[in-house]
Design a binder for this molecule. Structure first.
Ligand code: ZN
Length: 281
């Protein structure tokens, strides 16, 4: 893998240039994803690991694009596809979907050859790192991006035609967020303030993950990402990301405006949530 560089082009890049530079990062991103899924999940956050290096590349890519679009902002469909790909890349690295899928499917016997103890150990290590929270933040960002509907789509079928990554990105987000919620009970002593009243003050209160452009809310989300303090809430839906909110979260993603018209994606999500509910931990 090459080293991150601080090179800044003298000529502003076009939306297609930004798209292609992101595509060029696919290799380190897949390397990071394989690393997170198969091998040293305990090393997710350390400098020089593939995940750390790929995250650095992506953060620099984002900073450069945001600096440029603050000067000349022109929304187009390439830009939406590029941002969708960016958020999918972050979810791929921080929420190892193959591992999460095994977790959900194991009780149904689909993965009889899987060492469930090993999967549970890996999941425990992953949940103890900041990576799941980083993944959840990317999920919230992609959901907000794709709900803006700047082109006035009359249906999400038309949205998918222009941005073919929309439904795969929303399904990824649904799986990563539901997995996070399903694990909260184990990690934080059994629940959230909604299912265990009295916890709220001890843990730092609620954190709206859909922070938008409010600097104060963004600060709270950053603190939650770094420390895990507080109870993440899924935007204006008010659903706390906890095991007790799993059904409502699944329903939120199944709405017509999210996955509702894609029957295959909907069915996959329903089966995934059912698998999580009879989790083997
Ligand atoms: Zn709860």
């Amino acid at each position: 893998m090459y080293s991150p560089t601080s090179y800044t082009p003298s000529i502003p890049l076009s939306p297609m240039d930004h798209h292609l530079t992101l595509c060029a990062l696919r290799n380190p991103i897949w390397e990071a994803s394989a690393f997170a899924t198969d091998m040293e999940i305990s090393l997710l956050s350390i400098p020089n690991s593939p995940v750390f290096a790929a995250r650095t590349h992506l953060d620099r890519w984002r900073a450069r694009l945001e600096a440029q679009t603050q000067q000349v902002f022109q929304y187009d469909v390439i830009e939406e596809i590029t941002w969708t790909l960016f958020h999918m890349s972050k979810i791929t690295m921080h929420a190892p979907l193959p591992l999460l899928r095994i977790h959900s499917a194991a009780p149904s016997g689909k993965h009889r050859d899987v060492d469930t103890e090993k999967v549970a150990t890996k999941l425990g290590i992953w949940r103890g790192s900041p990576c799941p929270r980083m993944g959840v933040i990317s999920c919230a960002e992609v959901c907000q991006l794709l709900s803006r509907n700047p082109f006035g789509f009359d249906s999400n079928a038309r949205r998918d035609k222009l941005n073919p990554l929309a439904t795969p990105a929303l399904l990824m987000a649904a799986i990563a967020v539901c997995s996070y919620a399903a694990g909260v009970g184990q990690k934080q002593g059994g629940g959230c303030p909604a299912c265990l009243p009295g916890l709220e003050h001890e843990q730092g209160g609620c954190v709206d993950i859909f922070a938008g452009k409010c600097p104060q809310s963004q600060e709270r989300v950053k603190e939650w990402e770094a420390t895990g303090r507080g109870w993440p809430v899924w935007g204006s839906s008010g659903i706390v990301l906890c095991r007790c909110g799993l059904d409502r979260l699944g329903e939120w993603f199944q709405q017509e405006a999210v996955l509702g018209r894609d029957e295959t994606a909907r069915r996959e999500l329903v089966a995934f949530v059912e698998g999580l509910k009879c989790g083997f931990e």
